[in-house]
Design a protein around this ligand. Structure first.
Ligand SMILES: Cc1ncc(COP(=O)(O)O)c(C=O)c1O
Length: 384
């Protein structure tokens, strides 16, 4: 489609009509001085909010010391950050590969699964979002409109996330891996049930297919536990992380059981992945978010938020922790616009009737109260 837009930037998302210039805590400020409570956190990235003193200090200190050294040498801050991440991993004997974006982590998780199993197919969930690179887009259930590449890199078997029969039928001795989001974020914060997850793990074990949890959106405390798979009672073979991992710097990671990482040197590689500055930031995020009291706070505040949303007339709330979908009986777009005018940034979802909330994990009860007050007013103003 030809666009008349004159900006030199290729348009990507439909943009909100504001210009954000700074942030502090859970608030951001636009170029006119107006402040907004950010309940979207820059696509679930700003886990510690904005201008977090320890996070910004770690970035500044590391920047002054060493901005880059490649993976061809050892860098102490990388080793420390990776050791910490591996020690927190839900996977026994975890090894870590650091890259730069969610799609890249997914791509490399799939690469490890193909290399290990030598099988040709991937099973993925209907409604899944795994990213825009070729392999990640091939297992994203929204790719038809924008996939663009002439061929798919491998065959995909699509599984209905509510169907145990689909798991039985579609995970076979040809399946290299079954990949799933424990909470389907872009779909609208849709939960995968405990029973479904248990069954998926069992079938993968029985058939020697790898179980890959894409925790790019749900991981690093967002679900109220460090990893959302903890709440599903399963241990994946591989987990992918990104978004919140360094609190705002571009980073992603593949966490995999050691036995799946036995690949010749050179098979995996990256120029920027695991750079010193992102590793310094990642260390602060992990040290902060992994504290039990921090996670308990996310859980408690999330329950408070859910309860108030339901009492305010929201039809239902899906998701966990601070990855929530508020389901409405009308399109969410106009309500999100009104909320924006009142000073609240919220997210959309593939389901047009869903407002998605992905706030910084430090969002307080007092801030929740402010949002609920605006939500109640907004729902009233938009009553048919
Ligand atoms: C679950 C999940 N996987 C993968 C991705 C892709 O991440 P990125 O945009 O960093 O490539 C996303 C992005 O929203 C995601 O939510």
């Amino acid at each position: 489609m030809v666009t008349t837009q004159t900006s030199p930037e290729i348009p990507v998302y439909r943009r909100l009509p504001i210009q954000i210039v700074s942030g502090n805590g859970c608030q951001v400020t636009d170029n006119t001085g107006k402040t907004y409570l950010d309940l979207y956190g820059g696509h679930a990235v700003a886990a510690l909010g904005y201008n977090h003193p320890e996070l910004t200090k770690s970035i500044a200190d590391q920047t002054a010391k060493l901005v880059i050294q490649s993976n061809a040498v050892d860098v102490p801050i990388r080793e420390e950050a990776i050791a910490l991440l591996a020690s927190l991993s839900p996977i026994p004997n975890t090894q870590v590969f650091m890259v730069n974006s969610g799609a890249e982590a997914v791509e490399n998780a799939l690469r490890l699964a193909f290399l290990h199993t030598k099988r040709p197919r991937i099973a993925a969930l209907k409604g899944a979002f795994h990213g825009r690179s070729a392999a990640a887009a091939a297992i994203t259930d929204y790719h038809d409109a924008w996939y663009a590449f002439p061929n798919k890199p491998f065959e995909v078997d699509w599984i209905d996330p509510t169907s145990l029969e689909d798991l039985e039928e579609k995970i076979t001795d040809q399946t290299a891996a079954f990949i799933f989001e424990p909470i389907q974020g872009v779909a609208g914060a849709i939960d995968i049930s405990y029973e479904f997850a248990q069954h998926a793990a069992k079938i993968c074990r029985e058939r020697d297919a790898l179980l890959i949890a894409d925790e790019i959106q749900s991981g690093i405390g967002r679900s109220g536990t460090l990893f959302a798979t903890e709440q599903l009672g399963i241990t994946p073979d591989i987990t992918t992380l990104a978004k919140s991992l360094a609190g705002g710097l571009p980073v992603s990671a593949v966490l995999a059981k050691q036995e799946f990482c036995q690949v010749p040197i050179g098979t995996l590689g990256t120029t920027f992945g695991g750079g010193p500055v992102v590793c310094a930031a990642m260390k602060v995020v992990l040290e902060t978010v992994s504290k039990q009291e921090f996670l308990n706070q996310v859980k408690a505040n999330s329950s408070y938020l859910i309860q108030l949303c339901l009492a305010s007339g929201i039809q239902s709330v899906t998701g966990k922790g601070y990855l929530l979908g508020l389901h409405l009986d009308q399109p969410a777009g106009p309500l999100r616009q009104t909320l924006l005018e009142k000073g609240f940034l919220t997210g959309d979802a593939k389901n047009p009737n869903v407002i998605r909330l992905l706030p910084p994990l430090i969002l307080t009860k007092a801030e929740i109260d402010l949002f609920i007050q605006a939500l109640v007013e907004t729902l009233k103003e938009h009553q048919a």
